[in-house]
Design a binder for this molecule. Structure first.
Ligand code: MLT
Length: 312
């Protein structure tokens, strides 16, 4: 008959377009990583990989879409550190945030930058902290919703300076960046994949990078520790997922394409421009990805519980 058996379908996979869900707005940091990887994976797979932006609710809507999709290899998800915070932040979800997925491999780890609208009245991190403490009722901090990296970084910053402030949620940090550029919000902590070019252009002001060392893409930017906030550190890892029960041979094929994408020179060069890099080969396996993710859930759980701010 015309219908392929499941085994044959796996042997010939992929025979049509694959959809990669990015759970945040187009033009933002997750989208930037997703589109670069999708294009390079497509070259290896011999099929188009279409990126679909399913933003909203801190990245949970896109994750839900993938968890509920057919586990046939034609639906994959590029998600980030939110996969570690969402299981604690959200007490009710329409999908299983841990067991709803097969892991394909880690993709990249991205530094974050603490930034403000360019006319914000502070020239360095010490002045920023003093200003936020003094004017905390007036501060508006943009993020991409509860579960976003910008949300987690905001929690860490509020904890580090022991000062709560108002947060404004967006569908991704691309639209949040537009408001920061327009000056209608004050502050954000966002990935270098979204901020590096705006910082270099002087369109926003940067105060610190959230890594233990300065980064080559922004060599003049002090670390948070150098600016007076030791321990204010976060790096945003990205990983690739398929719905649970996607057959192992298909997950392996997708992993092969991911590994090829991470070796792609265009990807590596663009990542470097934006302050990041492809992960080392041993981190780009389904097994490493799952272990890393499970450990990361445990790492962030106490911090989130201490902050006591949950989604509904
Ligand atoms: C995005 O792509 O918009 C970001 O990854 C959002 C975030 O997590 O801060």
């Amino acid at each position: 008959g015309a219908l392929a058996t499941p085994a044959l379908a796996q042997a010939t996979y992929p025979t049509r377009t694959i959809t990669m869900i990015v759970p945040f707005a187009a033009g933002g940091p997750t989208d930037t990583v997703g589109r670069l990887i999708a294009q390079a994976m497509a070259a290896d797979l011999g099929q188009t990989v279409v990126v679909e932006n399913v933003g909203g609710a801190g990245g949970t809507l896109g994750a839900q879409r993938t968890a509920q999709a057919r586990p046939d290899g034609y639906n994959i998800l590029l998600h980030h550190i939110g996969m570690s915070t969402i299981p604690t932040l959200y007490r009710r979800l329409a999908y299983d945030p841990i067991n709803g997925f097969e892991t394909i491999g880690l993709v990249t780890e991205v530094p974050m930058t603490l930034v403000a609208r360019k006319d914000f009245p502070a020239q360095n991190l010490a002045e920023l902290i003093a200003h936020v403490r003094r004017e905390r009722e007036k501060i508006n901090y943009a993020n991409a919703g509860i579960g976003a990296a910008s949300h987690l970084c905001g929690l860490l910053f509020q904890k580090a300076i022991e000062t709560p402030f108002t947060t404004v949620p967006y569908r991704g940090t691309a639209p949040a960046m537009n408001d920061l550029l327009a000056g209608t919000v004050d502050l954000m902590c966002d990935q270098t994949t979204n901020t590096t070019e705006q910082i270099r252009a002087g369109a926003i002001r940067a105060f610190a990078v959230t890594t233990p060392e300065r980064i080559a893409a922004l060599p003049d930017l002090p670390t948070a520790a150098q600016g007076g906030l030791p321990g204010f550190e976060v790096t945003v890892w990205h990983g690739l997922y398929a719905p649970r029960n996607t057959p192992a041979p298909i997950v392996e094929r997708l992993n092969g394409a991911l590994v090829a994408a991470l070796r792609n020179e265009t990807v590596a060069r663009r990542f470097a421009d934006l302050g990041t890099a492809p992960v080392a080969a041993e981190r780009a396996t389904p097994q490493f990805h799952r272990q890393f993710w499970q450990a990361d859930i445990q790492k962030w759980r106490p911090l989130i519980q201490a902050a006591g701010q949950y989604a509904d």
